[in-house]
Design a protein around this ligand. Structure first.
Ligand code: DGY
Length: 343
């Protein structure tokens, strides 16, 4: 029997590719760059499986271009790039990579909090320029973090991990929840409080965004929201760029409406809003939240396991549209497993 063909739209760590190569013909985009739309569509024409990136739109046109597709695995936890409803309508399973990048992303949010609070990137630039003339009492004065109020927008996996990391800094923690559900871990461990969005804006010294991008969260942070924050507050975004209206953020940073911003994601990646690059009170990173050896490797092996399951007609571990497998499938799967165990 011929091997199924899997296309990986950009090189990922070998650990994942090696797992797939045992059972499939694996083709990896040979160039380390994002494919054009036309290249992507042409590359998937005869594939049973595709592992792709957050930079690619996985929509009806994509599925039309891949008529043999048995499954699509996103190499990311965020899946605003996938039309999940369309995949479900076509009974194509789709998966993402939750869990394995939680700590890496939470740590990146902290890196941005410290970098903005203590003006790290700005000070580094001055050192490298040769302009530093020696120690001075009024140079690069930033803000302390200990004892301040941390506001978590979206207390899911990453938001929770990020908040728990505040324990060494005795912070008061506020959080919002789009479902209105309380986060027992945060409340029990940190005495965190679920508050309305406006309360979080008004009281937080550091706001960290961890909400997914949805129609409700697009431009959640706009001029009005910045206007309700403390003038001394810093905002950090490691989630998705369009949660912040970036042009409004540039105005707020320029005019002292808020004190600083640390951004790992941007509204129109890879571009930044005009004016942002020139602002010393913005720290900007090229979407590296999950970029640790551990996370990127685990993302690759999770995506590979998901792909292997989908090729076998099974529900992947982290499935975004489990309904397509239906209750009948689960019963059959359970009895198969039992049979296998006995044998
Ligand atoms: C994700 O997984 O959604 C990140 O943005 C990249 O790892």
């Amino acid at each position: 029997m011929s091997k199924p063909k899997i296309f990986i739209t950009r090189r990922i760590p070998d650990a994942g590719i090696d797992m797939l190569a045992e059972v499939a013909e694996v083709v990896v985009n040979p160039e380390d760059r994002t494919l054009s739309r036309a290249e992507l569509l042409a590359s998937v024409a005869d594939c049973q499986g595709v592992i792709g990136l957050l930079t690619e739109k996985i929509d009806a046109e994509f599925f039309d271009a891949a008529p043999k597709l048995k499954g699509y695995a996103n190499y990311a936890v965020g899946y605003d790039n996938i039309d999940v409803a369309e995949a479900t309508r076509r009974s194509i399973p789709v998966s993402n990579t939750p869990g394995v990048l939680t700590d890496a992303t939470a740590e990146c949010a902290w890196a941005l909090i410290f970098a903005t609070a203590r003006r790290v990137a700005e000070a580094d630039r001055v050192m490298r320029s040769g302009a530093w003339q020696g120690w001075g009492p009024l140079q690069f004065i930033g803000q302390g973090v200990r004892g301040k109020t941390l506001g978590i927008v979206g207390a899911g996996r990453i938001g929770t991990a990020m908040a728990l990391m505040s324990r060494g800094f005795d912070m008061r923690v506020l959080y919002t929840s789009s479902s209105g559900r309380r986060n027992a871990v945060l409340e029990d461990t940190l005495k965190a409080r679920l508050v309305p969005f406006d309360t979080l804006l008004a009281e937080a010294d550091f706001i960290s965004i961890h909400t997914p991008l949805t129609p409700d969260t697009r431009h959640l942070f706009d001029a009005a929201a910045f206007g309700r924050m403390k003038r001394t507050a810093c905002i950090v975004n490691t989630a998705r760029g369009p949660v912040i209206k970036e042009d409004d953020l540039v105005d707020a940073l320029k005019n002292g409406v808020i004190a600083g911003a640390g951004l790992d994601v941007f509204e129109r990646e890879p571009a930044m809003a005009p004016g942002l690059a020139g602002l010393d009170n913005a720290v900007v990173l090229p979407h590296i939240g999950s970029a640790t050896v551990e996370s990127r490797t685990d993302m690759a092996t999770l995506a590979a396991r998901n792909m292997l399951a989908m090729l076998a007609g099974q529900r992947p571990e982290t499935c975004l549209n489990p309904d397509i497998f239906g209750p009948a499938f689960f019963d059959a799967e359970r009895s198969d497993r039992k049979g296998g165990a006995k044998a």
